[in-house]
Design a protein around this ligand. Structure first.
Ligand SMILES: Cc1cc2nc3c(=O)[nH]c(=O)nc-3n(C[C@H](O)[C@H](O)[C@H](O)COP(=O)(O)OP(=O)(O)OC[C@H]3O[C@@H](n4cnc5c(N)ncnc54)[C@H](O)[C@@H]3O)c2cc1C
Length: 426
């Protein structure tokens, strides 16, 4: 451990509520109760430190209902894992087969071996985690809109926010983890947006194969720049979440997503007698930016804000779990709990090449991803995306991509300037 990494402690304060004028004083403050904040609080609250005690934790979430004010709207998270995971009770559906359909109709269909592709709805996840956290005596849940998370001059960190009535809220902590979604992205050579809208549908007749996920269906009309695909998560023979997704520079207007979804469900999937029960919409940044995970001596960033989103795919949930495990492990050992990089440098480099080739229009994205699944076993690709592939598997994946545009993109990356990008409001 270097000097800069040494635990600075919290001089001038004791471990009681109200110390140093703060409303709450804890070992760990977690800002934001989304995927990253809830996962981290869940892992930490059950992890004894080197002196035997689990940390006291303040989980600070903005007041109001999900989707109102600064609160993130409800969403659906998918990820894959082998066997039962810690959030099994919240898993709404899972599948052991994936399909990817190329624009010309060729289909890659794969069994996932020991893995299952799982779907969790964020309200179910929050309910499960909150039920478990409610049993813990040293957990605080202040509702405050946080505007600053800073190092405290006397050591530790301080979280500044405002509650629903406009009164200031201050939380002092030995360590603070901030998951507020970034409005500005760090400068990058390539930034695309993965943007989508989905319908939860019910059909009058059997219409879906509940045993397989349609991961990428490229039979959608392809946009002039970037790519588009349908995504179908069947929840039964008659129910599914059906999404229209694009990877491109800017999101669509709501009516454009609706038109694309009407076309996909009616013309491509041939669904009739269909009722839309609910909708979901989102934007995920796909960027080769480097997200600082340390915002101060005692302040760290986690989740999307801490670079947990895989640049070439947008998957984040599994990386958030790995980061939470690593932070909890550092706490247990009494080390400075800096979140580790969510993705290995060589995987980020491979993703940067793909993003550059897509952003420069050198690849037909639909053909690229279709061929990737036709030419590689799906479980190899999923392990690659989770950072668990072997080097020779990565070479095989690289060789299955169109080499000239990838090489050209790889060669020009070192000389490209990084530019700022602003995320559109959800
Ligand atoms: C619609 C959608 C679907 C997605 N699906 C998948 C998927 O299937 N698989 C996958 O791996 N990834 C998916 N992602 C990407 C990623 O997993 C999610 O964005 C995930 O929610 C990121 O977790 P997070 O904790 O970083 O951010 P969030 O989950 O957004 O959590 C941030 C939290 O901070 C709170 N907050 C914000 N501002 C403040 C403030 N000022 N003060 C206090 N609290 C604040 C918010 O209310 C929220 O609870 C999806 C993203 C979207 C948008």
């Amino acid at each position: 451990m270097t000097d800069a990494d040494a635990d600075p402690g919290m001089n001038g304060m004791n471990d009681k509520d109200g110390a140093d004028g703060a409303d709450i004083t804890v070992d760990i403050a977690v800002v934001g109760a989304g995927a990253a904040g809830l996962s981290l609080a869940h892992r930490l609250a059950g992890t004894p430190g080197p002196h035997g005690a689990a940390p006291s934790v303040a989980l600070v979430e903005a007041p109001g209902e999900p989707g109102s004010g600064t609160r993130t709207p409800p969403r659906t998270w998918c990820f894959w894992e082998a066997g039962e995971g810690p959030y099994e009770q919240a898993v709404r559906a899972s599948w052991d087969r994936l399909r990817v359909r190329c624009p010309d109709g060729r289909t890659a269909e794969a069994r996932l071996g020991p893995l299952r592709y799982k779907m969790i709805r964020s309200p179910d996840f929050a309910e499960l985690v909150e039920r478990r956290l409610a049993r813990l005596p040293r957990l605080h849940r202040p509702a405050a809109t946080v505007d600053r998370v800073l190092d405290h001059p006397a050591g530790g960190a301080v979280v500044h926010g405002t509650d629903a009535s406009g009164s200031p809220v201050r939380v002092r902590a030995r360590w603070a983890f901030d998951s507020r979604p970034p409005r500005r992205l760090p400068a990058a050579r390539s930034t695309l947006l993965q943007h989508f809208r989905g319908w939860f549908v019910r059909c009058a007749a059997d219409s879906f194969d509940p045993s397989a996920v349609e991961l990428m269906d490229f039979r959608t009309p392809q946009p002039a720049h970037g790519l588009s695909f349908g995504y179908v998560l069947p929840l039964g023979r008659r129910e599914a979440l059906v999404e229209y997704t694009e990877f491109s520079a800017a999101p669509l207007r709501r009516e454009e997503y609706e038109r694309a979804l009407r076309h996909y469900t009616a013309e491509v999937l041939g669904l009739g007698g269909m009722t839309v029960l609910d909708t979901e919409q989102g934007v995920i940044p796909m960027t080769d930016a480097v997200f600082p995970r340390r915002a101060g001596r005692c302040v760290f960033r986690i989740g999307t804000a801490g670079g947990a989103t895989r640049p070439a795919t947008g998957y984040t949930f599994a990386a958030v779990q790995r980061q939470s495990d690593a932070v909890a492990d550092a706490w247990r050992r009494g080390r400075v709990p800096v979140p580790p990089p969510a993705h290995a440098a060589r995987h980020r480099a491979m993703d940067a090449v793909v993003l550059r080739a897509l952003a420069a229009g050198r690849l037909s994205g639909a053909r690229f991803f279709g061929e990737l699944f036709l030419r590689n076993p799906a479980d190899r690709l999923l392990r690659f995306l989770d950072g668990r592939s072997r080097w020779w598997e990565e070479v095989a994946i690289g060789l299955s991509t169109p080499v000239p545009p990838m090489l050209r993109s790889a060669v020009e990356l070192p000389v490209l300037r990084r530019r700022d990008a602003v995320l559109p409001r959800p």
